[in-house]
Write a new protein. Sequence first.
Length: 261
Amino acid sequence: GGDGTLNEVLNGIGDVPDGFARTRLGFMPLGTVNVLARELGIPLDPHGSWSVIKSNREARLDLPWMEQACEGHTTRRYFIQLAGAGLDARAIELVNWETKKKIGPLAYVLAGLRALRERPAAIVASSDGQRLSGELVLIGNGRLYGGNFRLFHEADMRDGLLDVCVFPRAGWRTLFRCSLPLMLSRRLPAGAVRRFQSRTVRLESAVRAPLEVDGELAGQLPAVFNVEPLGLRVLVPASLAGKKEVSGRQPADRAGQTHQT
């Protein structure tokens, strides 16, 4: 399946005692966008991805999760690639399932345009004593977002850190400013976001703000995000098996620092 199906399987593994220690995750990317497969270089065709599974080569990746308070107890949900709060989560909330099946990724674009008409929520991301406010916050484990767009260009899936992108504004002006650079270079323009890396991040909002993980709606804020270093066993192509880093360079000395890009 796709990234949403992978997220369901991931949380099924997490429901079993010692599930992540005893289980290796192999998958065939047959979804709409398949961000994780693109991140890891797993072929998008069934024959190629099945060959990766049969090759039996393993890599250990960081395992992020989010926690939310719900009716007096805390719930945990794992994710692999990314999480987001604000505009992108609202767009996912607005996606029509039948439309998605007919037009694929374009359904998210149409839903995003609808979400832009609404008044955005102010979201606060806090970590290690710092607080950043914005209208869209994205949390990445890998580099990619929405396909091949490199929003988290310093991310490494083995560094034990979450990469956080805070967009001060998430309206039509930001869309026009970012669209062309993303299409041409698949990167955001200078000054569009503020970034930092941390092991723990808290997101909150004074008003309703939807939340998504791996492209699937996951309730609303507040939520706390954390990561277990190298907590996930995944079957990967030979080029990644045994590598010390996956998708980026090691930035551990920059944990907690903020910069604008």
